[in-house]
Design a protein around this ligand. Structure first.
Ligand SMILES: *Cc1c(COP(=O)(O)O)cnc(C)c1O
Length: 229
């Protein structure tokens, strides 16, 4: 049995957190596996950015939430290339651009749809075999091609520390993500200005904020444990 937070608890947690966040930091409330009522509650407390891991689940929720046109939807979970079109149709932000192949496919469908989604490159700052994301060597090698994908607004990095990372390693991941973002932005790739750092989840967001995160993705801290599937 998992115990979800009450609407009142959610509201209080959001208000407290928003009061402490620097003005340049966006709170992305992660509502994967949670019912739309939770989104309505968070919205009423002032949240406008919502993160979902699965395209199909998000589409169902968006259909139920058509009376909330000013929500910005963020895709934060791994995206299969065969769902790229739906992702571009339904999300303004895609944080989980984790391969060149996916980026190229997104660019193609964005061109076809006349859209230009905001994208974060998901980078593995430490080796992390089970996780999706660019290894640093692969990312460096991909930059010249990514720079050509002008139907994407590649403007962020998403960095997630490995599962069992020590606090020092978590710190290292966030600090190095900041350095990498600066290095890419200062390179000659005119379309790659990495202004956003999507880093920080419930367990590590204070460290991420200290390291310069501009988007934190919080689920459990706001809503309590997610129901198991
Ligand atoms: C689920 C998820 C989150 C939120 O995790 P919490 O620990 O519940 O805050 C953030 N980012 C990604 C990529 C996720 O999959």
């Amino acid at each position: 049995m998992t115990v979800m937070a009450s609407a009142q608890q959610i509201t209080e947690r959001i208000r407290e957190l928003q009061a402490t966040l620097p003005p340049n930091v966006t709170l992305v409330a992660v509502t994967k596996l949670l019912p739309v009522e939770v989104i309505r509650t968070a919205y009423a407390a002032g949240v406008r950015h919502f993160g979902e891991s699965r395209v199909q689940e998000a589409i169902v929720k968006q259909t139920e939430l058509q009376d909330y046109p000013d929500i910005t939807w963020h895709l934060i979970g791994h995206l299969q290339t065969n769902k790229a079109r739906k992702a571009v149709e339904h999300f303004q932000w895609i944080h989980s651009v984790d391969s060149l192949r996916l980026a190229e496919r997104l660019n193609q469908v964005a061109a076809e749809l006349g859209k230009r989604p905001h994208c974060c490159l998901q980078a593995k700052m430490l080796p992390d075999p089970p996780k999706m994301g660019f290894d640093l060597d692969d990312l460096n090698a991909a930059l010249p091609v990514l720079n050509q994908l002008t139907h994407l607004d590649i403007c962020g990095l998403m960095a997630i520390p490995p599962q069992n990372a020590s606090p020092e390693e978590v710190q290292q991941v966030f600090t190095e993500a900041q350095c990498l973002a600066d290095r890419i932005s200062q390179s000659n790739f005119s379309h790659l200005k990495i202004l956003h750092l999507s880093m920080g989840m419930s367990g590590d967001y204070p460290l991420a904020l200290a390291a310069g995160a501009t988007m934190i993705r919080l689920g459990t801290t706001l809503f309590g444990p997610r129901p198991d599937l």
